[in-house]
Design a protein around this ligand. Structure first.
Ligand code: TMP
Length: 213
């Protein structure tokens, strides 16, 4: 399968299990980049479009109950298709930095490995939905699932899955990173916030050559 990287802008993605600090770190990265004069679009999946908000409610609300695995794959794919076409690609075409909290790897990890659904099928659907657009860099904030899940009180449909499910998710993120180290940065999420932010800055800085401040 071909891999497509945007020729303009910079596409950075945060991935990992629950409670690893993705939203904190994505905000810190945004603030640092804006401080340097970059235009940044901080976004997330699922849910950062009007239809995405509806889709997020369906896939995460415990009231939805059980869904066929393929239904869940397609709902996440629909969110991604809308997100890439209306938010991510337009911003990259304007030469902006796009930082997204979760992307295709979450589907490979949660639906492919967590639900144990046909991984090649899950990947084909998500790649099609996203026009095979790949992040220039994916930051994986790695955490033992028992640590991350402990932080949640009311669990949504995904958080409420078993520890084994979340262990398969974690292993998949690490495997994806190990297969393509040039496009991944894996960090131990137990480190301090400042330490993690510094490691991310160090890895992102050389990539900024392709975006005009
Ligand atoms: P969030 O809580 O980090 O916003 O993510 C929402 C949940 O959705 C999280 O438990 C991971 C899950 N998820 C998937 O299962 N597949 C996907 O493709 C995405 C983007 C998220």
């Amino acid at each position: 399968m071909t891999r497509t990287y945007a020729a303009t802008g910079l596409f950075v993605c945060f991935e990992g299990g629950e409670g690893g600090g993705k939203s904190t770190q994505s905000r810190l990265l945004r603030d640092w980049l804006e401080g340097q004069g970059h235009t940044v679009r901080l976004t997330y999946e699922p849910g950062d479009t009007s239809v995405g908000k509806e889709l997020r409610r369906i896939v995460l609300d415990p009231a939805t109950g059980a869904l066929a695995n393929r239904t869940e794959v397609l709902l996440y794919a629909a969110d991604k298709a809308e997100h890439v076409d209306t938010v991510v690609l337009p911003a990259l075409e304007r030469g902006e930095v796009v930082i997204t909290d979760r992307y295709v790897d979450s589907s490979l990890a949660y639906q492919g490995a967590g639900r144990v659904e046909d991984l090649a099928g899950v990947e084909a659907v998500q790649r099609w939905a996203t026009r095979d657009l790949r992040p220039h860099l994916t930051v994986v904030l790695d955490l033992e699932p028992a640590d991350g899940l402990g932080r949640f009180e009311g669990r949504d449909r995904i958080e409420g899955e078993s520890l084994e499910f979340h262990q398969r998710v974690r292993a998949k993120f690490l495997a994806l990173a190990a297969d393509d180290p040039g496009h991944y940065l894996v960090l131990d999420a137990r480190q301090g916030i400042d330490e993690i932010h510094a490691a991310i800055r160090e890895r992102v800085a050389p990539l900024l050559g392709q975006v005009a401040p």
